[in-house]
Design a protein around this ligand. Structure first.
Ligand code: GLC
Length: 419
């Protein structure tokens, strides 16, 4: 088993979707959505000139937001490569950009302290030997569908490209393959037998011992990748907890999508991260830089809001995980050693009752300012004639102010009594 400690410790990463689709600026699946023929789509290559690309600035923004690893699309489904691949001309060095953008990105992020992950699309709408299927932009084109295409040659290409990626850029910590869709109802759908996934997995592990591989080759990897949803419970396999990472967009699109303003609010983003950690998972949060190489203002603003929260609350996220204690409705516990972190999604009136915790907590404070939070035992908070069966001898009551602290999600740090 590969050691996943750094990964489950980091908890929060930056996903980057950047490529020619950033110029179309209307979703990274634009080529499929609009059935743009490969040749016509290829003209974006002539205009890809990210003159404002500043990976040092991206890395700083992400670091401040509390992210400690990154995964970038080296090649998305469109087939365009951010690096100087020897195996195709459909790459950054053939565009006006005329440099290895992946190298610049990797150097900047690694220098800032990030672990480096490469996303590599198994799907390739550009490659002449990639058989047309239902998800292909040419899926309605009878001539293209009838063309004989040699999957073996495409598999060879993938192996060559993965070799380039894993030998030219120093230590690579994650390879994030995307994706398998050999499902009923999808004609031409491709999966592990088509990709020859076992070989790709072995290649990755041979070239980069210690690399983490996701599960989208369609065979078990090192971690699972729920996409744009939060599992309701800590995911398991055969009853055992598994390593997992939820990947999320800011606005529903992975690639730069100019007219899409459906950005998630800062507090929702914070809650998504907390929810993952409370279930032993990570979050890989995406940005879609534009064609000039900049992160859009709303993305920067969201990341800065998270930075504000993470500066004060990192302790409840980094190195933390699920707790065996049950949090009340609308709250989440994370735990690291003997510190328990109560995240309050909604603000209660004066009291938080924690079941089965009487006598187990030595001290409590708000995490953002280390101000003491009062503790009461024996249901002491209720001072009325009302009977409240949820408050028993075992209930620990926290006394909180009427005013919600001015942070996205307040956190109370509970110091557990040494067992
Ligand atoms: C999907 C999409 C893709 C995106 C990815 C991220 O598989 O095809 O556009 O890159 O999910 O998880």
């Amino acid at each position: 088993m590969t050691d996943t400690t750094w990964f489950t410790d980091a908890r929060f990463g930056l996903f980057v979707h950047w490529g020619l689709h950033s110029l179309a600026a209307r979703h990274e699946w634009v080529q499929k959505h609009e059935a743009i023929p490969t040749e016509e789509y290829g003209r974006y290559l002539e205009y890809f000139d990210p003159d404002l690309f500043d990976p040092v600035a991206w890395a700083e923004t992400a670091w401040q937001a509390g992210m400690r690893y990154t995964v970038i699309t080296t090649k998305h489904h469109e087939g365009f490569c951010l690096w100087d691949s020897d195996l195709t001309d459909f790459k950054a060095t053939s565009a006006p950009a005329s440099r290895d953008l992946l190298a610049e990105f990797t150097d900047a992020f690694r220098a800032r302290g990030f672990k480096i992950g490469f996303y590599y699309s198994l799907i390739d709408w550009r490659h002449p030997e990639f058989p047309v299927d239902q998800y292909h932009p040419h899926s309605e084109d009878e001539l293209a569908k009838a063309e004989p295409r040699d999957m073996g040659k495409y598999v060879e290409y993938m192996n060559g490209q993965v070799t380039e990626l894993l030998t030219r850029y120093g230590q690579i910590d994650i390879i994030w393959f995307d994706y398998s869709y050999n499902r009923p109802g999808v004609w031409g759908g491709k999966g592990p037998d088509d990709w020859e996934s076992e070989n790709l997995l072995k290649l990755a592990r041979d070239l980069q011992p210690g690399i983490l591989v996701n599960n989208r080759l369609g065979i078990p990897g090192d971690f699972a990748t729920p996409e744009q949803f939060q599992p309701s419970n800590p995911p398991t396999q055969d009853g055992e907890p598994i390593v997992w990472e939820a990947c999320h967009t800011l606005n529903g699109s992975w690639g730069y999508d100019r007219d899409n303003h459906r950005f998630k609010s800062p507090d929702l983003l914070a809650r998504m991260l907390i929810d993952s950690v409370a279930k032993n998972g990570n979050v890989l949060l995406n940005v879609g830089p534009n064609g000039r190489g900049e992160l859009e203002p709303t993305a920067v603003e969201r990341l800065s809001a998270l930075a504000g929260w993470m500066r004060l609350h990192e302790r409840s996220i980094r190195g933390a995980g699920a707790s065996d204690f049950q949090a009340p409705t609308d709250m989440r516990f994370t735990q690291r050693g003997n510190r328990l972190y109560l995240h309050l999604y909604t603000w209660p009136l004066k009291h938080v009752h924690l079941q089965d915790m009487a006598g187990k907590v030595a001290y409590a404070q708000f995490l953002h300012d280390a101000s003491e939070v009062g503790l009461k035992w024996h249901g002491g908070a209720v001072h009325s004639q009302l009977e409240d069966s949820s408050i028993t001898e075992d209930t620990l009551t926290l006394i909180v102010p009427e005013q919600k602290p001015d942070v996205l999600v307040p956190v109370i740090e509970l110091f557990l009594e040494e067992a």
